[in-house]
Design a protein around this ligand. Sequence first.
Ligand code: ADP
Length: 246
Amino acid sequence: DELGRLTDTINDMLGRLETLFQMQQRLVADVSHELRTPLTTIQGNLDLLRRGAADDPAMRVEALHAIGAETERMRRLVNDLLLLAQADAGLKLSLEPVELDTLLLDVYRQTSVMAGGVALRLGAEDQAMVQGDADRLRQLLLNLVVNALKYTPAGGEVTLGMQRNDGWVQVAVSDTGVGIAPDDLAHIFDRFYRADPSRARSGGFGLGLPIAQWIAQAHGGRIEVESELGKGSTFTVWLPEAGAEE
Ligand code: ADP
């Protein structure tokens, strides 16, 4: 009856509020946790300097270096959080024609200097235009390529490729790295999720993929992942091709 339906609606609403509240609480806990580590390091090094390390050139350089690195880490975290907050608030990107193949080449050049012992290759590349925000698209590709390099041990390979496919542009970032376990695969786009806690040392916050996914979605696209533990991963970004609908 009427009252029963009203009760159901209210219960449903309360349930959703509860979930939102829990998500919010977890986010605050995660952010606080991530900020505490760099703050502790900065404080510790300031104490060292105050207690005399400032007079020893080598110790001074080391302490200042640590303070600088942790400050940079906090800056990145705050930037990432700000971007996600804007995404949540429904920020609309300003889209203009972007040559995606040129952008991918840029990202390739930018990341090849950090490849170390990993072979970074450019595979097949079609020319393609999308309606996009070039800075955000660069960030999306950078996040994927930097991850591929980060989770691929020396001697492995990372390949970037791009092809047009039936109104879509597909950018694929493939690596022969550590891969992702099936249980983790469902969560890697969750904020602050890191597949293996021991990899926290790799320095990431677990925000790179959520940001990449938001950017793809804000362009009307999506990201797909295929991965096998110990074999490697392929992240494929699908973006609507500009002018394809005409
Ligand atoms: P992080 O800053 O930890 O790299 P991301 O959001 O970019 O955060 O990625 C989330 C998690 O997904 C990573 O911690 C890692 O476990 C996993 N991951 C992402 N990309 C790869 C990849 N190319 N190979 C293996 N694991 C990956």
